[in-house]
Design a protein around this ligand. Structure first.
Ligand SMILES: O=C(O)CCC(=O)C(=O)O
Length: 265
């Protein structure tokens, strides 16, 4: 039995209190227009989250920021492939729609999720686990797009983890107000492999703590195209995402998309 990813006392996610209240919808034909969970309607509000007074940070040359032993933020690393990643994500979502999972404790997660690859991370009243089958359809998860693998493997290599072979890509869709509370990724049988996490669209604040829940979590702003990689001594670091601020991003509209890659076994 794999250990829980999120202790039940502190759910991985909050109920969808603010979900959709200030969210905009990508225009039809927009690269992110398929990145909606089914049945979710929103207002079309566009905030000012991506305005930059001092130039466009997404066209800066990539650089690396080590945040802890074994953990690095590859700043703007995926900018060049971002549009292709978003388009590929839309194909995945068409085959395995985004949905709001329920925690074992019965809370509905505000972040909408789906998966691609050999294994998908799921949560329900029975627990957290990896499943080769999408419980919503009874079919295998869609295959991991080649561009996902290329970017994830390239990022891992750059961060010092050669031969990363992810078997699961969890796709997290954040609307304004949604968040992921501090948690550890502990459902993988192979903890030697790192986690690779690509940020697309609206900016977010990445919370990165230590190996104990009580360790202070530092706050790192994440932008479109940033890739976080953590493994080795940081593989079990507590991490999360602070409530997303409303805004608009040309690549995704009013949402943030996160692609998180893991070797599960
Ligand atoms: O959205 C992110 O950047 C982090 C995602 C995450 O922590 C997770 O899927 O476990």
């Amino acid at each position: 039995m794999s250990p829980v990813r999120t202790p039940s006392a502190t759910p991985r996610d909050a109920p969808p209190s603010a979900d959709g209240t200030a969210a905009g919808r990508p225009e039809p034909g927009h690269p992110a227009s398929g990145l909606r969970e089914s049945g979710h309607e929103d207002s079309g509000h566009h905030g000012s989250g991506s305005g930059h007074l001092f130039g466009d940070p997404e066209h800066e040359a990539p650089w690396d920021e080590v945040i802890a032993p074994g953990a690095v933020l590859l700043r703007r690393h995926a900018c060049a492939q971002a549009d292709v990643l978003v388009a590929a994500a839309r194909v995945v979502v068409a085959a395995a729609p985004l949905r709001h999972l329920v925690t074992p404790g019965g809370q509905t997660m505000s972040v909408a999720m789906t998966n691609c690859g050999e294994w998908g991370w799921v949560s329900d009243r029975r627990g957290y686990r990896y499943d080769p089958v999408d419980p919503a359809s009874g079919r295998p998860w869609p295959p991991m797009p080649g561009i996902f693998l290329d970017v994830a493997r390239g990022a891992a290599l750059r961060a010092g983890y050669p031969d990363f072979a992810p078997q699961a890509c969890l796709m997290n869709l954040y609307r304004p107000g949604t968040r992921l509370t501090l948690h550890q990724d502990r459902d993988e049988l192979d903890l030697a492999a790192p986690i690779v996490s690509i940020s697309l669209g609206l900016p977010a604040i990445f919370l990165f703590g230590g190996l104990q829940r009580s360790d202070r979590a530092r706050r790192f702003p994440l932008q479109h195209g940033d890739v976080a990689v953590w493994g080795g001594p940081s593989r079990l670091a507590f991490h999360g995402i602070a409530p997303l601020a409303a805004g608009h991003h040309p690549a995704t509209g009013a949402v943030r998309l996160n692609l998180t890659f893991r070797k599960t076994r």
